[in-house]
Design a binder for this molecule. Sequence first.
Ligand code: SF4
Length: 338
Amino acid sequence: MRWSAQELDVDQPSTLPGLARLNNLVRSVQTPEFAGMTFHEVLAKSALNKVPGQSSMPFGWTINPYRGCSHACVYCFARPTHSYLDLNTGEDFDRQIVVKVNVAEVLRNELGKPSWKRHPVALGTNTDPYQRAEGRYRLMPGIVEALTDSGTPFSILTKGTLLRRDLEQIADAATRVPVDLALSIAIYDDDLQQSVEPGTPTTRARLATVTAVRDAGLDCTIFLMPILPFLTDTRQHLDEALRQAKAAGATSVLYTALHLRSGVREWFMQWLASEHPELVPRYEQLYGHGAYAPKGYRRWLAARIKPLIRSSGLERRGRASPGSGGVAHRSTEAPTLF
Ligand code: SF4
């Protein structure tokens, strides 16, 4: 069925007031292929986002081709970004996806400016660039091409097995600019994984993608993030996670504990109350005073997991922030000029 035939007129002010304020909205689209979802296609004015100077992230620039994410992780820290569009941070974040259809073209223009200094650019730090919509919109090949042609180092973090589609291109890019790839794989219990990350590929499929990345000749880090207190922090779960990461060929593993900021906390706690009501009081105690797990818990977790990562040979050299999950990648080294 033709994509254009699925166009729906849903961008009326009364239904989606926040989106209606976007004067760059082209159209809103639904299709049986993506049941229950709406894509809001916009013409972006810019593609590169500057990370605020005081951020703990090791990269200065990001690109987010999509807003919202069909991977629908209940813990997703990007959920609050949807409230700017007057959309809710729960189901709307999972199902109302803003697509920057011209992002590659705009990016190429920005990278071509004499003022662009080829600073490292990170993809996947906010929403997932290889979420399901990418199968239709194919924005990433143009983005990778623009970054590579301009000599800009870049990193990609994803849960999407769709990454495999572009591996040949990315491996070729890595011969010209520093590139870092990472798969986010945090949950090694199938039932829990499907419950807490209902729109994602399975853990097994993501591990197979790690192997595919390695087979393409590239390093691949696994982001064991977030670790969910009392659910995935057991010795048994962590042992299994590291065993499977190693078997898949991962070159390193990074971890951090769950972070629950406002706008995410409500959605996550609703899920917890439904699926693990016995843990609600313990989470209220842990996260009652802020978005981060308390220092005591983080110290306990570090003492448990760091020796396991070390003994598995999966330690990553470089600077990592346990709070943000940010890491100094090869692509965040001084840029190579071409
Ligand atoms: S894949 Fe990442 S961006 Fe998408 S919902 Fe999950 S945590 Fe959020």
